[in-house]
Design a binder for this molecule. Structure first.
Ligand SMILES: Cc1cc2nc3c(=O)[nH]c(=O)nc-3n(C[C@H](O)[C@H](O)[C@H](O)COP(=O)(O)O)c2cc1C
Length: 244
């Protein structure tokens, strides 16, 4: 028994020695001699409509071959109040809302059937004047399914792999990889031999989140962030500044 404890103790000591070499050093210790900076950041855009501010940030972070500016975290809750989040791509920005596309048979679609409210988070991190510019847009509101006509142009613009995925994947179900590969290759071959098109399947749906709240958070370098909350008030938006 003693031997066992001794062994355990010596293993713990070894681990501690090892872990001090692999764990990152405390940054505040590293920066002891450096002068820290601080400040209070201010969002200087004066927009009455939050969509103008959203567009401004969204466009500023767009780059042709990257999906990073369009990626968002989308949260839903079912009728039991169980919440789930996942990454989606913003497919279209309308005057009154943000459009996403998905599979009608997925968990998020089931949640939205039970509870048509959702939240989106966009996170955009970039560099400005050698400082880290952090931006978050947080959006909440009701969600409406778009008509097929209203979403067809989005589906038609999808790249080939997305259209094939729409045809062979039942989102969220258990799959056998080899079977999936076979289905993929067979459909691709048929498509390339012009034996089939890849029209939008009925289960591909688009939803629009129509915001009632939009909150913008921004900080630059080591500054205390600024937050602007827009709350829909009939046809207008009330603007409130919030503590970070
Ligand atoms: C960068 C990225 C973009 C994604 N875009 C979409 C999308 O536009 N639509 C979609 O249904 N799933 C998309 N997904 C997959 C989702 O995150 C998720 O796995 C899937 O929608 C199933 O979610 P659910 O089971 O909660 O319904 C994306 C994943 C990543 C990592």
């Amino acid at each position: 028994m003693r031997l066992l404890i001794n062994n355990v103790t010596s293993n713990v000591v070894k681990f501690m020695r090892f872990s001090t070499t692999i764990l990152p050093k405390n940054e505040s210790v590293l920066k002891q001699d450096e002068k820290e900076s601080t400040g209070l950041h201010r969002i200087n855009k004066n927009c009455k409509n939050p969509f103008d501010l959203f567009k401004d940030w969204y466009v500023a972070h767009q780059s042709p071959n990257q999906i990073a500016s369009k990626a968002l975290c989308f949260s839903t809750a079912n009728k039991k109040g169980e919440i789930s989040s996942r990454t989606l791509i913003l497919r279209r920005l309308d005057e009154d809302g943000m459009v996403i596309m998905t599979d009608n048979r997925s968990r998020k679609a089931r949640d939205l059937n039970e509870n048509p409210y959702a939240s989106m988070i966009f996170l955009w991190i970039s560099m400005k004047d050698d400082l880290i510019l952090s931006r978050q847009a947080r959006i909440e509101g009701s969600v409406q399914k778009l008509s097929t006509d209203n979403m067809l142009e989005i589906y038609d613009a999808e790249p080939l792999f997305c259209k094939i995925r729409a045809h062979i994947c039942h989102q969220g179900t258990t799959v056998d990889w080899n079977q999936m590969k076979y289905n993929h290759d067979s459909l691709l071959q048929k498509y390339e031999e012009n034996q089939t098109g890849l029209p939008k399947p009925n289960h591909v749906v688009a939803y629009k989140l129509i915001p009632t709240k939009m909150e913008f958070y921004e900080s630059l370098g080591q500054t205390i962030a600024d937050r602007l909350l827009y709350v829909k008030n009939n046809a207008n938006w009330d603007i409130i500044r919030l503590a970070a």
